[in-house]
Design a protein. Structure first.
Ligand SMILES: O=c1nc2n(C[C@H](O)[C@H](O)[C@H](O)CO)c3cc(O)ccc3cc-2c(=O)[nH]1
Ligand SMILES: C[C@H]1O[C@@H](n2cnc3c(N)ncnc32)[C@H](O)[C@@H]1O
Ligand code: SF4
Length: 316
């Protein structure tokens, strides 16, 4: 049977505080308004996960301003959380927004893959949903993808669909990702993420017309090199038939299946057993994977490769 993958994951949030205010965000709180995740708390959480089928620790963070005096402590905390996860047998994947080259290099030491959504290139968004989000400048994000390539970090990026971008923009954003991948070969997957309205945000847009997702997947499959997988989030796709149509259009990965989707807390995942039988009935085998794809493991440091080999490798 042809294979569809997912990553058995758990999300740790170093902080929800974020100096950006993307108007579709259901995650952020104001700077200073939450307590950062402590290493003690993370140790407890990870200890509770030891006997569960979890391999990836997704470290997803709100952002401290690059010129804030708290920036360095924030990076240190994210580094320490990654290191702790490794030492406790898990494999971290961090997405903490744009980083300086030095910061990226540092966090790469304790992550088997990292990520940053390109989202969209359309400059119109800077007057729309990204009006108060300096981190979402397209040039900054393209530069991040390029730096990640230079550092040979196995990388996840993607498009956020339905935030006011034009349909032409899907093509140019995908082409930009393909071009960077041609240069460095480090993009392991591209997420096609339908913007999904939640209860906390200020935007309250319509959400992406989910019926169009298969079309965007076909477009992505035409533009992206074959060794870049297309990831779609099953909890944001409201009916099983449409999910199967997306797979037929070329999506091959369902991303992190987590107990709580921190970005879209209003959308729950199906039970793994339900998802497995849904796919099996349509002739697909659902199989767990690591947060680093097999063909990218050789890019990791010896230390990280050793962790990959001895991780709870629930899998492989
Ligand atoms: O559960 C989620 N996982 C998200 N992930 C995690 C992803 O599903 C997995 O961590 C990767 O596939 C690595 O295994 C992201 C990873 C990125 O690098 C960039 C963006 C996202 C977005 C989400 C998300 O909205 N929800
Ligand atoms: C982690 C990634 O999640 C995406 N993101 C942020 N808010 C939403 C939402 N309401 N719906 C879908 N995706 C979202 C952003 O692109 C971010 O980079
Ligand atoms: S989407 Fe990310 S950058 Fe934007 S406000 Fe939310 S946490 Fe901050």
């Amino acid at each position: 049977m042809p294979i569809i993958t997912y990553s058995p994951a758990y999300t740790i949030v170093p902080t929800y505080e974020c100096f950006n205010r993307c108007s579709y965000c259901n995650f952020r709180v104001d700077p200073g308004a939450d307590k950062w995740m402590t290493l003690d708390r993370a140790t407890q959480i990870l200890a509770d996960l030891q006997d569960k089928d979890v391999c990836e620790i997704l470290i997803l963070s709100g952002e401290v301003h690059p010129r804030s005096s708290r920036r360095q402590a924030w990076i240190e905390r994210i580094y320490d959380l990654g290191n702790l996860a490794l030492e406790m047998g898990f494999l971290p994947h961090t997405n903490a927004g744009p980083l300086s080259f030095r910061e990226m290099e540092k966090l790469a030491q304790v992550n088997v893959s990292m990520g940053l959504m390109l989202e969209a290139l359309d400059p119109a968004l800077l007057a729309g949903v990204h009006r108060h989000a300096p981190s979402k400048l397209p040039q900054i994000r393209l530069e991040q993808l390029d730096w990640a390539g230079k550092l040979q970090i196995p990388f996840t990026t993607g498009l956020l669909l339905g935030i006011g971008e034009s349909a032409i923009d899907w093509e140019s954003s995908l082409q930009a990702i393909a071009d960077i991948h041609d240069r460095w070969g480090h993009i392991q997957e591209v997420i096609l993420q339908p913007y999904s309205p939640g209860s906390q945000e200020s935007f309250s847009g319509m959400g992406f017309d989910i019926q169009k997702l298969p079309v965007v997947i076909s477009l992505a499959r035409q533009i992206l090199p074959t060794n870049v997988a297309i990831q779609i989030p099953p909890n944001l796709i409201p009916n099983p038939d449409l999910l199967l149509t997306c797979l037929n259009a070329g999506a091959r990965d369902l991303g992190g299946i987590v107990p709580k989707d921190e970005v879209n807390p209003d959308y729950h995942h199906l039970q793994l057993s339900e998802l497995t039988s849904l796919l099996a009935n349509a002739g697909w085998e659902l199989r767990p994977r690591l947060p680093v794809y097999p063909d990218r493991v050789h890019d990791l440091s010896d230390r990280l490769q050793a962790y990959v080999r001895t991780s709870k490798a629930c899998l492989v």
